[in-house]
Design a protein around this ligand. Sequence first.
Ligand code: GLN
Length: 484
Amino acid sequence: MSARVAGVASLTMDQVRQGLASHEFSAVELAQSALEFAQQENPKTNAYLQFSPERALAAAERVDKKLAAGEDPGPLAGVPVAVKDVIVTKGVRTTCGSRLLERYIPPYDATAVTRLEQAGGIIIGKTNCDEFAMGSSNENSAYGPVRNPLALDRVPGGSSGGSAAAVAQGTAVVALGSDTGGSVRQPASFCGVVGVTPTYGRVSRYGLVAFASSLDHIGPFGRTVRDAALLLETIAGRDEMDSTSAFAPVSSYVAQLDAKVAGMKIGLPREYFEGLSSESGDLIHKGIDVLRKLGCEPREISLPATKYAVPCYYIIATAEASSNLARYDGVRYTMRCDGETLSAMYRATRGAGFGAECKRRIMLGTYVLSHGYYDAYYLKAQKVRALIAEDFRRAFAEVDAIVTPVSPFPAFKLGEKLDDPLEMYLSDIYTITGDLAGIPCMSVPCGKTAAGLPVGMQILTKHFDETGMFRLADAFEKAGGFAG
Ligand code: GLN
């Protein structure tokens, strides 16, 4: 075993690069230290479902070889990365937080995974999540909940709670999550890290296990805006394997971080400041003051269709989920429970394999798609979705960015909302609109409550304006000193 790399828990990507360049540590030494640290910390939070030491060390050896040969090892060289367990990894078990996929070993890699490894990233493990990414607290995982590293009796948020916890805990420098209705931004906010949902189609969904295909995004987590931006620019861009991935060229977000933000017009939608806990509200208002000091020009705007967002999302998302989850039938991928007939086998397998939340959504989704109800629910929800997108289009004709809270409240106690699925759904109110409109949005740390619970501020910009979003977030982070 090689020497332990000091400070592995707080490294940024820049520090990894410098450490490698100055021979302070090798990529293999860093990977070993990161794995050791992550394994030692995991019992506290249950953030990882699986470690991938063989894959990590092989990737680290490739980086060290390139460095020794004087070749460029890539922008993510040696960086320990955690990957949400809904993103497939060749040869490394991928469960989606479900019993059904307890023994599923994917035969291929997701495009985002391929790209981050090509850039020198080191995947140290797969992170816990709500089953098939359905949830807001990580309590729907078949492998037990994740605990918030900042308050172990509280949830880390969901569904990408494992990835957010890993980055907050310092067991990975950055991580990949997925966001369908807030699953990157809300856990980022609860754990005090940066979480990004890019424009729909910006990152290939190839190898992201489908929940609601028209809403699913892969997005990065980091402890700094810069790290999240660098990870995103590495994995973004057109991919032949996903016909919905965008052709729009990817610019270097990091290279444009320092451009000025003074004069940026910031919209504050009044609908997002109602029903907010007073402590979260105070912190967001202080954050807006920081933006004002930076020379930004906040002004109140209105996004009137916001009030329909929760029902609209839970119709579209469950409809698409009921169709996507039909493939888990005991014949392909999954475990199988015996039954006398084919349909008895399906029923037994799906009955034993899916948790309560997935079953609830399959039933809801099947209902809204069923004959006679399709027009009344699904089609209507699609029309409302167009109204929500139109609200944003109108707003972005007047403002450069929109700033809102991420969640009505900070991290709640484990078990607190488990018996009330409706209340859990309502907590997604501020995040689902961004997914429905397909625009880029992110959570950036905005201080902590008196009890030490982090609160995130959400920044949204127009389609493909990740550059403007990151620039504002970076300036805010530097001015506010909220990171870490
Ligand atoms: N909390 C939302 C849901 O339960 C969002 C989940 C997600 O973004 N994957 O559907």
